[in-house]
Design a protein around this ligand. Structure first.
Ligand code: 5RP
Length: 232
């Protein structure tokens, strides 16, 4: 599939999610290139007066920058008692609506916001749909820096192959918004039991959060190309 087709799918699905946002609601704003379109379209609906009295809760520095750019007022979890809807992307989605997230190293804040939302809408293009998690995309694990080596050993003990995520041009490791590192883990046969693995990984001392989102997603909006045209 061409890059242009993927971009069109992301735009369509971002718009479809933004169209579901209602006035007077608190909206969790996810991270990534697909959610970026949703944030843009929410901002456009606000500017047109179609939407009123929205407040966003960003899941990353990137999301807060975009929200400000598109004129979405922001709030925080200390100021509100609910999140009505969260919109966020994913790296893999299985048939049970379980997800791998964290391609943008934002999965810790994303899991907090997305799991608090009354409705969590996932926005993906069709390339993200898989039969089994972990065969294509490595599982991100956010780790406190001083625990990197013991956490990697513990992950090897679970049968995973851990790699420290490096930044652009491999000049240094990726550092999360929380100042931590990301270890990407390969499981040769994929992930058999996402619910168990999510808990097991988070039980390793030094692990802050992993990218398995189990029983969190309510709605999956999928961008597709049908008859040469993008659709949702
Ligand atoms: C960031 C994420 C993203 O939502 C995920 O990586 C999907 O991103 P994109 O829409 O750019 O493909 O989990 O931590």
């Amino acid at each position: 599939m061409s890059d242009d087709a993927v971009t069109l799918m992301k735009q369509q699905v971002g718009k479809a999610a933004a169209d579901r946002v209602q006035s007077g609601t608190i909206v969790g704003l996810g991270t990534g290139s697909t959610t970026a379109y949703a944030i843009q379209y929410i901002g456009e609906r606000l500017q047109k007066g179609e939407l009123k009295d929205i407040k966003g809760i960003p899941t990353s520095f990137q999301a807060s920058v975009l929200a400000k750019k598109y004129g979405i007022p922001l709030t925080s979890l200390d100021e509100v008692d609910r999140i009505d809807v969260a919109i966020d992307g994913a790296d893999e989605v299985d048939p049970q609506k379980q997800l791998i997230k964290g391609g943008g190293a934002a999965h810790t804040r994303e899991k907090i916001v997305d799991s608090l939302a009354e409705q969590f809408i996932v926005v993906v293009d069709s390339s993200k749909l898989v039969d089994k998690l972990g065969l294509g995309f490595l599982l991100p694990v956010e780790v406190i820096p001083m625990a990197m080596t013991p956490v990697m050993r513990a992950i090897e003990g679970l049968g995973g192959e851990p790699t420290l995520r490096m930044g652009v041009k491999k000049a240094g490791p990726v550092v999360t918004d929380e100042g931590n590192l990301v270890i990407d883990v390969k499981f040769a046969n994929g992930i058999e039991n996402p619910a168990d693995l999510e808990k097991t990984l988070n039980n390793i001392p030094g692990v802050l959060e992993n990218g398995l989102f189990v029983d969190t997603a309510d709605v999956i909006l999928v961008g597709e190309v049908k008859d040469g045209q993008p659709s949702v």
